[in-house]
Every structure is written in C-alpha cells, then in structure tokens.
Design a protein around this ligand. Structure first.
Ligand code: GUN
Length: 301
C-alpha cells in the first residue's frame, strides 16, 4: 500500500500562521516586534539557500530580520564581534549562526558566545543541557520539527521503538533527548545508530519510526524498513541530474520510491522536514521575545 505523505510544507505553513498571529498580538499588547538575526560565514550554496529561506519566512510572518554576511576568510574575532553585536541589539530576540562554519573556525567558541536567552537554535551547551534534563526552553529546530510532524499527524512516539540514524550535534543527539523526555512528544524507546553500528538494517527493521539523518543520498532502502513503519527523512542531498535545470536534484537519505510502498507514512524531500525546521525557528524566536517581556515564562524550565 502507498504510504501517507507527511507534508512539512503544509504543516509548516500552519505553524507560521500561528506565529504570525502571535507576532500581531505582541505588537498590539507590547509594541514589540520579535526579531531574528542570522550569521552566515562563507559561500556554501546550500547554506545561502537556507539563510535566504529563513529570512523570507521571518518577513512573511511579520518578524524583524537582520543578518551578517561574512566572507569565508573572516577571522574568528570578526564572527564573535557580530554575534556580540546581535546579543546587544534589543531588536533581536533570536540569533542563528548557520552551520557548518568554515574550517579553522572554532564553532564551539562561536556558539558559546550566543546569549543563551537568544539561542533560538537551541545549540548552546546551556540549552542542550536543559534539554537533557527534560526542561528545554529552546530545543534545536530540526529535532522539534520532527516531533511536531509526528504529533500533528497522529503518530505520537509514546511507547514506540524509534531508530535514529545519525548522531550529529544538531539532529541525532538532541532528537534522541526530545524523544526520551517524559512529556508529550517523548516517552519513546530510542536507538541511535551511527557509522559503527554493527547491523543497521537489523535495528531499523525493528523500529516503528525510522528517522534518517545520515547525510547520504538514499541510504535507507525498503529492505531496511518494516511494513507499516513511519519514516522521517531529514536528509537533503544534491545529486547530479543533467536533465534538471540546475544540473542537480535534491534527494533525501531515504530511497523514497521503494520505501513509500512499504511504509505507512513518509516525509518527502523536499517539502518534508526542511520547512518544519524554519517554522520551529520562527516559533522559538516568538518564544524568546515573549520570555524577554515575561521572564517568568521560562521559570520552571
Ligand atoms: N545548518 C543546517 N541546519 C542547520 C540548523 O538547523 N541550524 C544551524 N545553525 N545550522 C544549520
């Protein structure tokens, strides 16, 4: 049977509309417009696309948006100075430093320079620590987008066996923490697979939910997925395609054609997790602006 397609595009539009309502309310009640600043270093084409999409989504939802575009030759001090500038800017409630940073830059030093109250990407060690303790204020955007996609499509992970393929700092590890939480969207039994996993297919075949975040085109094939599983594809890979206008096309980490005939539900690429990441970023920025006005909202977290 053909899988149900879990559209991130549609759900993200819904969430962005909710954020837009929240922005209007904040402007009316407090005269404050939530703002997001993005720091992009270098000229990685995929990163440039993400940053452009993030800024456009901000503007459409009524948020203030600012950015610092630095050359790949930028010194670490220059990057840090821009982060600190946004830390001080009262129009900016959220700061996102686009990763990866060019070689030679210590990303930990840059991330740790972000004011934790403005870390809407949820990647500062303080916010990751709070996430591990089960009291997140800002959870990383792609993992929260994955959980939101599951929940709002009726696939509550509670009690489910979830196989996460990939242990990255911004997807695999924080997603495991979210899915393990004792709260709604959590309570799953999580297995994190990686390059040293002895038998990946054995683990993914026993999972009710498979999350592919490996960064390898079409690595998860139909024989690795059990009948009726829910498959979430976090991958965005460019593969050469002479028939495409740009000379490449985007594919995920899942072999969509075959897996979609076996799974109960699957996310497409593009149009799956990608748009959700941006929607969650906007939502976190609205949350940051709310906490700035009402610090008690973060208490207990
Ligand atoms: N690069 C790709 N995805 C992300 C993300 O969610 N956050 C940041 N900061 N960089 C990214």
């Amino acid at each position: 049977m053909a899988a149900m397609i879990l559209s991130g595009t549609d759900l993200a539009a819904e969430i962005r509309a909710e954020v837009a309502d929240g922005v209007v309310e904040m402007q009316e009640k407090h005269g404050v417009t939530p703002g997001l600043a993005v720091v992009l270093v270098g000229d990685d084409p995929a990163s440039a696309v993400y940053v452009r999409n993030k800024r456009r989504a901000c503007e459409q939802a009524g948020l203030f948006s600012d950015a610092a575009y630095l050359p790949s030759t930028a010194a670490e001090d220059e990057i840090l100075a821009n982060v600190r500038r946004f830390n001080e800017d009262p129009r900016v409630h959220g700061i996102l430093v686009q990763l990866p940073l060019p070689g030679g830059i210590n990303r930990h030093r840059v991330i740790e320079a972000i004011n934790t109250d403005k870390d809407v990407d949820g990647i500062h060690p303080y916010n990751l620590g709070k996430l591990l303790q089960g009291r997140p204020v800002f959870a990383p955007c792609t993992p929260s987008g994955v959980v939101e996609l599951l929940l709002r499509n009726g696939h509550d992970p509670e009690g489910a066996n979830v196989a996460i393929c990939g242990r990255s700092e911004i997807v695999g590890k924080p997603l495991a923490a979210l899915l393990m939480q004792r709260t709604r969207g959590g309570n799953a039994t999580v297995t994190v697979c990686h390059t040293r996993t002895r038998d990946l297919a054995e683990v993914t075949r026993s999972a009710d939910i498979v999350v592919a975040a490996i960064g390898q085109p079409q690595a998860i094939t139909a024989d690795m997925v059990k009948e009726g599983a829910v498959v979430i594809d976090v991958g965005i890979n460019r593969v050469p395609d002479p028939s495409a206008r740009r000379g490449y096309r985007l594919v995920g980490d899942v072999e969509f054609e075959s897996v979609s005939r076996k799974a109960a539900a699957i996310t497409p690429v593009p149009g799956g997790v990608g748009p959700m990441t941006i929607a969650m970023l906007l939502r976190n920025t609205l949350t940051a602006a709310r906490i700035n006005i009402h610090p008690e909202l973060a208490e207990g977290h």
